[in-house]
Structures are given as C-alpha cells and as structure tokens.
Design a protein around this ligand. Structure first.
Ligand code: FES
Length: 251
C-alpha cells in the first residue's frame, strides 16, 4: 500500500542546541567588516610595518622594498592574502550569506528580490582560488622566516611577546592554508580510488589526503582564528611602532 506523503515544514527547523540562523551572518558582518576597515586604515595610512626584529604580516614579504617603492608599501603584498581569502570556499559562503542574504542560510527563504537570481558564487572563482593558494604558500614561507627573525634580538636568541604572537600567527595561517579545499583537491584529485593501489596498502598520498581532510573539517575555525591572529599581530606591531606600548620581553 502506498505511503501517504508527509507535509513539509512550513518554516525552517532550528536543530536543538543550535543558535538562530542570523547569528553567524551577524558575526561575519562585524568581524569581516571590522577587519576590512582596519586593513584599509593600515594599508592606506602606513608605509612601514617593521619594529626592530618584528615584521607585521601586512608588510611581509617586503615587495615594495625590493623595487624601491616608498608609498602604499603594504599594498604590494596584501592583495595576495586578500584574493586568497576573498576566493576561499568557506568565506564565500559566509560573506554571501552575511552581506547579500543570497542565500541567507540553509532552509531560510531569501528576500523576494533575490529569489529569481541563481546563486553562482560557488563556481565562478574556484580557479582564481587555486592560483591564489600557490601565491599564499609563498607568502607563508616568508612569514615563517619572520618568525625565526622574531626570536633573534641584538644580544642573541630571545623571546618577546611579539615573537610568540608572530609564531602563533604563522601556525594558524599554516593550518588555514593547508586545510584549504583546493589543496585537498590537489592532493586527492584526478584518481578514482587511490586507496586501492600499492597492493592494498594505503599510499603516502592517501594518508596525506586523509590528514588534509581531517584538517579541512575545521577549515572555518582555521579561517577565523588566522584572521584574528593576523589582526592581533599587526595591531601589536603597529602599537609598538607608535610608541603606545612596549614589547614584553619574556626571555
Ligand atoms: Fe578556504 Fe581554500 S577553501 S582557503
């Protein structure tokens, strides 16, 4: 006997224990919007991000210095992390929901004016993101060089609060970069069954893909943590340069 079809829910179901759907977009507007405004202030009004052995992530690598440019020096490098984050699969979901309400959330109806516009955010800039990933890895290598430099003081090895902040920042950015969906594709793509090779043994590539997949499950957390760490690292160095605070030397 045919089963009678059940009527669907007339409004979005809020899973038990979950926050209302608008909390995440509201957080994105405040956090991402605040970071963009701060970045504009930093990039447009400052031409150096170096304080002794500390270099702000906004100014590293010193591309402007290589070419002898003295104005808007951060601009020559910040476009890379900007394009990388702007084209990030996770951020795209977040800012589409937060700033365009298109789509606003799972099972949440869109404003009437958006309902006939197909959502194209997922496929339009995927290729751009893949290329941005390669450039972001190059920038990351320089940030790790800056971490080493942050532990070398005029009297030798030392640890300042700035050294710790830059170290944490590089760790979080590494987690963000290597939990990327595009990197996971790079490692695991173009093979139908890479766990089936090597006579039933798991290949190095399979194990690597497995690790990246584990990190990828937390890509959103890596994304926010690394954004805040960049913000904190730059702000700390900016306040040192302005003489508002003094570095705390721990060792
Ligand atoms: Fe977010 Fe690649 S998907 S950095």
């Amino acid at each position: 006997m045919a089963q009678a079809s059940q009527p669907g829910p007339s409004r979005p179901i809020k899973p038990a224990g979950k926050l209302p759907y608008w909390v995440e977009p509201a957080f994105t507007i405040v956090a991402l919007g605040g970071f963009v405004i701060y970045s504009l202030w930093e990039v447009l009004f400052h031409n150096t991000g170096t304080y002794h052995n500390y270099v702000s992530p906004f100014f590293s690598p010193d591309v402007a210095g290589w070419f002898g440019f003295h104005l808007l020096t951060a601009l020559y490098v910040v476009w890379i992390p900007f394009v990388f984050r702007f084209s990030c699969y996770y951020y795209r979901k977040e800012y589409y929901r937060a700033f365009t309400f298109h789509p606003m959330g799972c099972a949440v109806s869109e404003p009437k004016s958006h309902q006939n516009r197909p959502y194209k955010g997922e496929w339009k800039i995927n290729n751009l993101h893949r290329y941005a990933w390669y450039l972001a890895v190059i920038v990351l290598i320089f940030l790790w060089k800056d971490v080493v430099q942050a532990f070398i003081f005029p009297n030798g090895f030392g640890v300042g609060l700035g050294s710790i902040i830059l170290l944490i920042n590089a760790i979080l950015l590494t987690g963000y970069t290597f939990s990327c969906h595009a990197f996971r594709n790079l490692i695991g793509g173009r093979k139908d069954c890479f766990s089936c090779t090597a006579h039933g043994k798991k290949t190095l590539r399979y194990n690597l893909w497995h690790r990246v997949s584990e990190a990828n499950a937390f890509h959103g957390a890596w994304a926010w943590a690394s954004l805040f760490s960049v913000w904190i690292a730059d702000l700390y160095i900016r306040l040192l340069i302005m003489g508002v605070i003094h570095d705390v030397r721990l060792f």
